[in-house]
Design a protein around this ligand. Structure first.
Ligand code: ZN
Length: 247
């Protein structure tokens, strides 16, 4: 395997298109991360006027949607809030569970939104759950196949690796409506039940909007990685034709 072969024109172009797009996507990812922790920190300092804790806000969202069998527990860590469908429990971090802040209400209501999605059989979350095992397998197997495909110069293995990797990209895509819908349900209840007033609601929206942006950034990162693999694959096909269709 010669160096010219490995760093052929196709690979060179593929790598450069990738790196050109990589910079804005990395900037967006970083900006989203900074906005999430920044807005959460900012609105964690501000108590809401009705003194509603995160746990109470989550409870209110569940009740407003007629869901009564979900548990709400405290969990250690920062920004570790999540809903676990396996034990049907909403886990809220220490700065959310018992905190009567604007951020706590927003985050807790969002997680309760996920619990409501499961309870009502919201279609995108059913798709997401159904493809989760395949996605987990795909993300591990794709790495191995892509490496072997590269090292042994096997286009067939590389292609299977790309297809397996595309499962994770698809998973990130399905995650977007799930996340936006959970936040929409959260905001609807916060507004409908008057948990936060107008000014406070704007703060909660800011926190949730920043969180949603991190999922957009994750999807773009995954799409970009996929594009990189496709370009390498196409570049190699081009190289092969250039050498008279060998292999
Ligand atoms: Zn979420």
């Amino acid at each position: 395997m010669s160096n010219i072969h490995y760093y052929g024109y196709g690979d060179f172009l593929a790598n450069n298109i990738y790196f050109l797009l990589l910079i804005p996507v990395m900037v967006l990812s970083l900006w989203a991360q900074i906005r999430v922790s920044g807005s959460f920190h900012q609105y964690s300092q501000v108590s809401n006027r009705r003194r509603i804790t995160g746990a109470q806000a989550a409870q209110a969202v569940l009740r407003a949607h007629g869901v009564y069998d979900v548990e709400i527990r405290s969990v250690r860590g920062n920004l570790t809030d999540h809903y676990d469908p396996r034990d049907n429990t909403i886990y809220l971090s220490e700065s959310v569970y018992g905190a009567a802040t604007i951020a706590a209400v927003g985050v807790a209501a969002h997680e309760a939104g996920h619990a409501v999605q499961y309870a009502t059989g919201y279609f995108p979350i059913r798709v997401r759950s159904a493809i989760l095992p395949a996605t987990q397998f795909g993300s591990q197997a794709s790495f191995v196949l892509l490496m072997i495909g590269l090292l042994l110069y096997s286009q067939a293995m590389f292609l299977v690796g790309i297809l397996l990797f595309s499962l994770t990209t698809f998973f990130q895509l399905v995650t977007l409506p799930v996340e936006y819908n959970a936040s929409r349900r959260a905001v609807e209840t916060i507004e409908g039940e008057g948990l936060l007033d107008g000014e406070e609601l704007r703060g909660a929206r800011k926190v949730l909007g920043a969180a949603a942006l991190t999922y957009v950034a994750a999807l773009l990162t995954s799409l970009l990685q996929l594009l990189r693999y496709v370009l390498i694959f196409a570049g190699r096909n081009g190289n092969d034709r250039g050498r008279g269709g060998r292999r």
